[in-house]
Design a protein around this ligand. Sequence first.
Ligand code: AMP
Length: 312
Amino acid sequence: MKTRSANRSILIVGSVALDDIDGPFGKHPDLLGGSASFISRAAAYFTDKVSVVAVVGHDFPSQYLTEMDALGIDISGIERADGSTFHWSGKYSDDLSSRETLDTRLGVFATFQPKLAALHKRAELVFLGNIDPVLQLDVVEQTEAPVLVALDTMNFWIGGKRADLLKTLRKVHTLLVNDEEARQLAEEHNLRKAAARILKMGPSSVVIKRGDAGALLFHGGGVFGVPALPLEDVRDPTGAGDSFAGGFMGYLSYAGNLEPATIRTAMIVGSTMASFAVEKFSVDGLRGLTSEAIQQRFDAFTELTKFDSIRL
Ligand code: AMP
């Protein structure tokens, strides 16, 4: 299924990983994970111009790359290097509301030095998925003139490579983070104040994802909020943020403009794709969706938030 019109090209840099997930539904080792895996799959429902720049190791199953290729994702920028694939282990609380990182093994990402091909340098939309901010900066500096650079990061990098991250943020238009990350980055608990601080670090808009509390968009013009859809089955929240990012970028590609109304719609499309991702493990929730299924879930958001104004 492809729904595309303007079809702006998207370049994604991020992790392609193997994840060990533990939580109320048991232990699931060696699942396909990584920020770029979720982002590219979610975005590919809206455009066939998705390229990924990443690295995998000798232990990465080729079948996953074949699948991405079959989805129309350009994998020419995914290098196979000598070493182990990035491996992340996380454990969720019984109610899935929080997670703890048990282990992060960078493997081949520790020495990765992306060299963008001409096609990738010309990308119109660039998404710097969660990975070392030094690599994120390296990639954005190689691009020619993207109309939008968006970035996601996490506690591991905010705490571990803060100075590098602040340098990278100066090149970024839109930051996407979860509420904990926004607080940690801004060193401010109140989200509104945290967003205001982040907007002084470089980005002109910041999207704060809040799990089952939805997402907020802060920009010069104010704040816009989206609830999360109340779902019956939530199994694995891993990749929710990345799937949001994929839907968000995919829709911006599809719409072909960055008008405030388009960005608001992209927030709902992002929430729609995240809602699919959390229903199953790994990228399974993003497999085989039809345009009808995506449309139906998007409409459920409209229904959830529709109300009449009052006249006092
Ligand atoms: P999300 O749940 O959207 O925050 O993304 C989870 C994905 O991020 C997992 O599939 C991990 O493989 C990946 N991940 C976790 N930690 C890191 C990290 N430090 N750098 C890059 N990717 C990571």
